[in-house]
Design a protein around this ligand. Structure first.
Ligand code: GLC
Length: 384
């Protein structure tokens, strides 16, 4: 972690991987803070506060932030329509990670600084990304999910289950272009182009709204506590109403909530936010997580079920194990009392790191490491 850390003036942040990802990324920084809560919570606070410098006027937190001294330029330059940041966001994990740091430091001053950033971020998502006020947030680009080429987005991109990584990238670039041309207007423009209500994003939002309420309560801000709590419940309710079908929550596409019936790790994300009943959770774990045809691979947990036509063990977000998704599933399993199953994920994660080092992804069949090196997400094992 410390070799990936950078400073710019008084600001401190961490690169996910100096060679492959030489900038600051939104949800990565939240993962870094969770990891740092176990090693150096003060630096974790700085990492989160550095994000707040980039918050847009409307409250959006961009998913990529280019500090001035970021000279390590190897990532493809994209015209986002903004100079120093991207113009799309990523899953809102800020409240969760700030709370983890606070639980160790008890530093209310930090909490007071970060709460307005969290509230503004959540309000942006609920006001701008939910134009029809259904309490489900929509994504304008697959990259906003953090799972760039996940098959959940194939249909919206007009791509088949078997595809090249570059054709997927080109489609996502086209979406950015359209978004820019529409002057980033959501209603009536982008919501017709690509409008996926993604399960993990909404589950993460629900959980982070709930934690926003905890933070507000700790600071005696009853109005914020009340609003965040109510909104968390609304998102949970909407997830059940629009996403739950045959005991599984599916991401949906378009204005009419067409379910995207592709089994990816996303079906387990509602465990993280407590959005399922214990019976539904039991079915999910028994029929899918522990099914050797689907998610029970040699090394847990493949990001796409092995019996899906899109499954590719070396296909970036189309099959490989990623440490952050393992962490989300692990936390979700514990929430519902699946101790043994959670333990297996933790042990497999340790095996993968010991065998193949701190890599971006791992082949779920062989354990081979792939993609970026010195990748920070493996540090989440400290929180498992
Ligand atoms: C990749 C991942 C994304 C992550 C970024 C930086 O694009 O898909 O989730 O934020 O790398 O690590």
């Amino acid at each position: 972690m410390s070799t990936n850390r950078r400073t710019d003036g008084k600001n401190t942040y961490t690169l996910p991987s100096p060679d492959s990802y030489p900038y600051q990324w939104l949800w990565d920084s939240c993962f870094h803070a969770i990891i740092l809560s176990h090693i150096d919570p003060q630096i974790g606070q700085q990492e989160l506060l550095s994000i707040s410098k980039w918050q847009m006027k409307n409250g959006m937190l961009p998913h990529m932030m280019y500090w001035k001294n970021s000279t390590e330029n190897s990532f493809p330059k994209i015209n986002w329509g903004a100079k120093s940041t991207s113009t799309i966001t990523q899953p809102p994990m800020l409240a969760y990670s700030a709370w983890e740091i606070y639980k160790i430091t008890n530093d209310k001053k930090f909490l007071r600084k970060i709460l307005p950033v969290i509230t503004k971020q959540h309000q942006y998502l609920l006001r701008k990304r939910d134009p029809r006020r259904h309490s489900l947030v929509g994504l304008v680009n697959p990259d906003e999910s953090g799972e760039d080429n996940s098959p959940r987005f194939d249909k919206s991109l007009g791509l088949p289950a078997k595809q090249q990584i570059d054709e997927n990238f080109q489609k996502r670039l086209q979406l950015i272009e359209k978004f820019r041309k529409a002057s980033f207007r959501i209603k009536g423009q982008i919501d017709k182009e690509h409008w996926v209500r993604d399960v993990p994003f909404n589950a993460i939002l629900a959980e982070n709204l709930r934690i926003e309420a905890d933070i507000a309560k700790e600071l005696g801000k009853m109005d914020i506590e009340h609003t965040a709590d109510l909104e968390a419940q609304r998102v949970q309710k909407a997830m059940r109403k629009f996403m739950l079908e045959d005991e599984i929550m599916w991401s949906t596409s378009g204005l009419n909530y067409r379910p995207i019936r592709i089994k990816t790790w996303a079906i387990f994300a509602p465990l993280f936010s407590g959005s399922l009943t214990s019976d539904e959770a039991e079915i999910l774990v028994e029929r899918h997580l522990k099914n050797p045809k689907e998610f029970l691979s040699k090394y847990s947990v493949p990001t796409v079920a092995m019996d899906e036509p899109a499954f590719d063990p070396v296909g970036f977000w189309r099959g490989p194990v990623w440490m952050a998704t393992n962490w989300f599933i692990y936390k979700g399993l514990l929430r519902y009392g699946f101790e043994e199953e959670a333990q297996r994920i933790k042990e497999d994660s340790i095996k993968l790191i010991e065998m193949s080092g701190l890599r971006e992804q791992y082949n779920p069949m062989t354990g081979e490491g792939m993609g970026a090196r010195n990748f920070t997400w493996g540090g989440l094992i400290l929180d498992m």
